[in-house]
Design a protein. Sequence first.
Length: 327
Amino acid sequence: MTETNDSLVVGADIGGTKVAAGLVDRNGVIKSQTRTPMVANREASEGLAAVISAIDLLFANDKKTRALIRGIGICAPGPLDPYTGVIVNPPNVQCWRNFPLAAEIAKVYDVPVKVENDANAAALAEAIWGAGRGFRHIFYATIGTGIGTGLVCDKRIYNGRTGAAGEGGHMSVDYQGPSCACGKPGCIEILAAGPAIARRARAKFAAGQNSTSNILALAKGNIDAVTSEMVGQAYAAGDPLAKEILLETVKLLALWLSNIVDLLEPDVMIIGGGVAAMLSPFFGDLSKWLVEFCVNSRSQEIPLLKAHYGADAGIAGGAALCSEFAS
């Protein structure tokens, strides 16, 4: 089929509870999107049907749009094999075990299909269309409930030998720290992601520190109910304890990122995710500590940028996997 300026790709983002899909043009603009429930704990065929349903909804109001689709890119839960498009053994989508997702989707739509984990795909979207445009070597981190990372070199994801590279959130910065779900002690994820911020706040209250903090007021006096979002809200209202907690988090992230710089020396570092948005007022502190911790004497030359794509990073990331087909 001859390509036109109207060529589109589909980006799909699969989670444990939902599938989001979008039509994305050659400039990375999401033209429309849909969202359907994901069936994660039943038969493999039901999980596949949920993905197909989300994609089909994109064409529900204009059947001609389907003819413009040049490829489908999917952000899926890992572990997975990006070289074969097989979903290996995802804990949050238990219906798929060694499931050939790319091949099954390709059977339905007869276009190229690619599958990647969400952070790698989002990193590629930032490299092609977002904050990483114009840079060759890009390190991307998304900080939210967990910490995911991706490395893109010359608009190509670095996957490693088997496709399992890029798990920067599971780099340990404290071998005596708490155990992460991955099994390692002191991963940056267990120390600085959203749940860690909430745990740090709860620990301070349990120790009797600053019981008048607005954080506790937001939790209606229940220490166990404190969340990272409450810490962010309290900081925005000028709460000193909230600022202290967030600065502690930022210092840990700076130490971690200094390891990234000293190992990889990327051209740019891009930070996204919900927690990153909450920490954005502290990017100056992050940059200052990063330079202080780095061995690299030119680390201050590496920009630290906010991600272009927010909540739609998964859709954009999926589409970026197939961007070559829409050019």
